[in-house]
Design a protein around this ligand. Structure first.
Ligand code: AMP
Ligand code: MN
Ligand code: MN
Ligand code: MN
Length: 292
C-alpha cells in the first residue's frame, strides 16, 4: 500500500500550471502514476475534465484543491483530497478566497511600475487562462520572457517575495475555515509542503496543533520542494501528531518544475499513507472492442 505511485499535488491551467487537466492526466499516466489528484490553487473547476481523462486512461483519481491560508502572518497551503466537488460550502469558500486576486495583481503591477517595469498586469494576463486566478507565477513567467530575469526562481527572489517591489501582502482564508470547507465536503485536509514555511519552532508547533484540532488529518512528507532532511523531519512529525502521510510532486510545468509527475521516492513503511483514508479504486481496464 505504501509503495503505490500516488501523485496527489499538481497544477493545471485552471491555476498556475501550464498544461490542461487532460495533458496532465496523460503525462501522469505515462509516468506510471496509479492514483492522481489535480490540486489547483483555490479552484476546482478543472476537476471534471481531470476525472474524465483519468477514467479514460485507467488511472485512479481523487478530487483535489490547494487552498491559500494566512497563519501567523505567513501564507500556508492546505491541500484537500477526496471531497465532493458539488459541495456548496466548499465552492463558496473557494470563490471568496479567489476574490481578491485581481486587485492584488493590480497592486503588484503598480509596485513593479515604480521600479521601472510598466505593463506588468497586461504582461502577466497573457499567461493567465483562468481570469479569477491571477497568480505571482504568471508575473514571473512574463518577467522571464521579457528577459528581466533568467528564471522564475530569480523573479521571486528579486521582485515577488515579502519586502520586494512586486509583493502585495494579502489576507487569504483562515486555517479553520479551509479545513472545515474540505472536511464538511467529505474530504481529507493535508498540510502542503511544510518545509517551505519560515516558521519558528513554536509557530510550526501551533500550525500542526491547530490544524489537527480543526480536523486536519494529513501532511505532505514527500513533495517536490523537500530534500531528504525535510522528509525525515516531517515523517517524524506525522508520527508525533498522528497525521497521515501524503506524496505529491507539486508539478506546474514541464520546463519549470524540478520534480516530474510520479517520480518522488516511495513513502516509508513506518507511515500511514493518506490514500488509506480516501475512497478510490483503479478504473477497470477499458474493454477492447471485439472485431470478428
Ligand atoms: P500566489 O498564490 O499568487 O501567491 O502564488 C504562489 C505560487 O507561486 C506558488 O504556488 C508557486 O507556484 C509559486 N512560487 C512561490 N514561491 C516561488 C519561488 N521561490 N520560485 C518559483 N515559484 C514560486
Ligand atoms: Mn503554484
Ligand atoms: Mn503550494
Ligand atoms: Mn502547489
Amino acid at each position: 500500500m505504501n509503495l503505490l505511485n500516488a501523485d496527489l499535488h499538481c497544477h493545471s491551467r485552471f491555476s498556475d500550471g501550464t498544461l490542461s487537466p487532460t495533458e496532465l492526466a496523460e503525462r501522469a499516466s505515462a509516468q506510471g502514476v496509479a492514483l492522481w489528484a489535480l490540486t489547483d490553487h483555490d479552484e476546482i473547476r478543472g476537476l471534471a475534465e481531470a476525472a474524465a481523462a483519468a477514467q479514460t486512461l485507467g488511472m485512479g483519481f481523487v478530487n483535489g484543491v490547494e487552498i491559500s491560508v494566512t497563519f501567523a502572518g505567513e501564507t500556508v497551503h492546505i491541500v484537500g483530497l477526496g471531497f465532493d466537488a458539488t459541495d456548496a460550502g466548499l465552492q463558496a469558500g473557494l470563490a471568496h478566497t479567489r476574490g481578491g486576486r485581481l486587485a492584488r495583481a493590480q497592486g503588484m503591477a503598480d509596485g513593479l511600475a515604480k521600479v521601472g517595469l510598466p505593463g506588468a498586469l497586461e504582461g502577466a494576463l497573457r499567461y493567465v487562462s483562468n481570469p479569477d486566478l491571477v497568480s505571482r507565477t504568471h508575473f514571473a513567467r512574463w518577467l522571464v520572457e521579457t528577459g528581466v530575469c533568467s528564471d522564475t526562481g530569480a523573479v521571486f527572489r528579486r521582485y515577488l517575495t515579502d519586502g520586494k517591489p512586486g509583493f502585495v501582502p494579502h489576507r487569504w482564508a483562515g486555517l479553520g475555515d479551509a479545513v472545515a470547507w474540505i472536511t464538511r465536503a467529505g474530504g481529507v485536509a493535508v498540510i502542503a509542503h511544510p518545509g517551505r514555511y519560515r516558521f519558528s519552532v513554536n509557530e510550526e508547533f501551533a500550525l500542526f496543533s491547530e490544524f489537527k484540532a480543526h480536523g486536519g488529518q494529513g501532511v505532505e512528507v514527500l513533495t517536490g520542494s523537500h530534500g531528504p532532511a525535510d522528509t525525515a523531519k516531517y515523517s517524524e512529525m506525522a508520527l508525533e501528531f498522528g497525521l497521515l502521510a501524503s506524496r505529491g510532486s507539486d508539478f506546474h510545468s514541464p520546463s519549470e518544475s524540478r520534480i516530474e509527475l510520479g517520480s518522488l521516492p516511495d513513502l516509508s513503511a513506518t507511515l500511514t499513507p493518506v490514500w488509506q483514508a480516501l475512497k478510490w479504486r483503479a478504473p477497470q481496464q477499458r474493454l477492447t472492442p471485439f472485431s470478428a
